[in-house]
Design a protein around this ligand. Structure first.
Ligand code: F0G
Length: 356
């Protein structure tokens, strides 16, 4: 009995810290805080590959415990915050960071304060942060205002700031690049991903370089970052005071990791581009209807970006689908026609379902 239980535990995915401990700055003596993040599927997308004319894979980061890639960085940030004696964490968020901070602080026994824009946080994300037990403060302002405020509050009240300006967040998030290298047997030749506060693209670039330096990968991918047209400060080269896009996760006008994103796209030979909300919605529907992948709109921006690019047949492409579609049911329901009404009798249902 006992030995089989132990074996089952050993086979279980241990989360990113135990999986990649030699490559992560874990505080000495820390108790690992994990919800089993990472180990997400890398799925070959047959129809999208045919459309693009190259091999396209989707990294399904929505399969993380709170439904987004933020769990990777939050696992390490909260592990180290607790080991350093913090009693509470604080962050600004367009939604996913707040859900992850609330969940990881909760399991670690720390308080969480999350500051979000009053308008435009997808409902699933808000529900998560509240239910996990965070103190959720909704401000009259956008993400950039929230980030400015929490930087000051963290310093005034001695709280652990768990936005991606915290180096542990990026260290945790780079593990996604390690996983892709393990899954493909090498780095892809091209990676396309959404960009908001620009932490994630910065983290991936670090992860791929480290994987190559320790000979786990023989090459580096070109990194292409995708912003929404109404929230594209890096593409424009200037701060956007009032960013707009239906992809609320990346509605950010002054990214904290701007320099990191520029370095990642420039040094990798990639680029940063902007796509319209119409293109995002088109990619969002295409992913659901052709690949049966339900991601959130910000994630679909990656595929919208890919559809803009000329890709050689020999390329191995990875699109990072950063968050789960269930996060944002309102946008989903706006993107499609609603259900057709019918009375309960089979004939009426058959007629409305197009069977007769
Ligand atoms: N995709 C999703 C689903 C996100 O939630 C975010 C960022 C990004 C992409 C962009 O990643 O900021 O590292 O460039 N969400 C943050 C949040 C801002 O508060 O949840 P990034």
């Amino acid at each position: 009995m006992e030995s089989s239980a132990v074996r089952r535990e050993l086979r279980a995915w241990p989360g990113i810290i135990e999986a990649y401990r030699p490559y992560l700055p874990v505080e000495h003596g820390a108790t690992v805080v994990t919800l089993g993040e990472g180990g997400t599927p890398l799925r070959f997308a047959a129809r999208l590959s045919a459309r693009v004319g190259a091999s396209v894979f989707l990294k399904l980061e929505g399969m993380n415990p709170t439904g987004s890639f933020k769990d990777r960085g939050m696992a390490l940030a909260v592990t180290n915050a607790k080991a350093r004696g913090s009693r509470a964490v604080i962050c600004a968020s367009t939604g996913n960071t707040s859900a992850a901070a609330a969940a990881y602080a909760g399991i670690a026994g720390l308080d969480a304060i999350v500051v979000v824009p009053r308008d435009g946080v997808a409902r699933g994300k808000l529900a998560q942060a509240l239910l996990y037990g965070a103190k959720v403060v909704a401000i009259a302002g956008g993400f950039d205002d929230a980030l400015r405020a929490v930087r000051q509050l963290a310093s005034d009240f001695g709280l652990a700031l768990v936005n991606s300006v915290n180096p542990d967040r990026l260290e945790g998030q780079k593990t996604a690049a390690f996983e892709i290298v393990d899954q493909l047997g090498d780095a892809p030749t091209l990676q396309v991903m959404p960009v908001g506060n620009a932490g994630n693209i910065t983290a991936y670039w670090r992860g791929y370089r480290e994987a190559r330096d320790r000979a786990a990968a023989t090459r580096l991918p070109r990194l292409v970052g995708v912003q929404a047209e109404g929230a594209a400060p890096i593409v424009r080269g200037s701060v956007v005071e009032h960013p707009t896009t239906l992809a609320s996760a990346i509605r950010i006008g002054k990214p904290a990791s701007w320099e990191g994103a520029l370095a990642a796209t420039r040094d990798s030979g990639g680029t940063m581009l902007a796509v319209s909300d119409a293109e995002i919605l088109e990619a969002y529907r295409l992913l659901a209807q052709e690949e049966s992948v339900f991601c959130e709109p910000a994630s679909a921006a990656a595929v919208a970006g890919l559809l803009r690019l000329a890709v050689a047949p020999s390329e191995t492409v990875v699109c990072i689908l950063t968050g789960h579609g269930l996060k944002d049911p309102d946008t989903a329901l706006q993107a499609v026609d609603g259900p057709v009404p019918a009375s309960a009798d089979p004939q009426s249902i058959a007629r409305m379902a197009g069977l007769s």
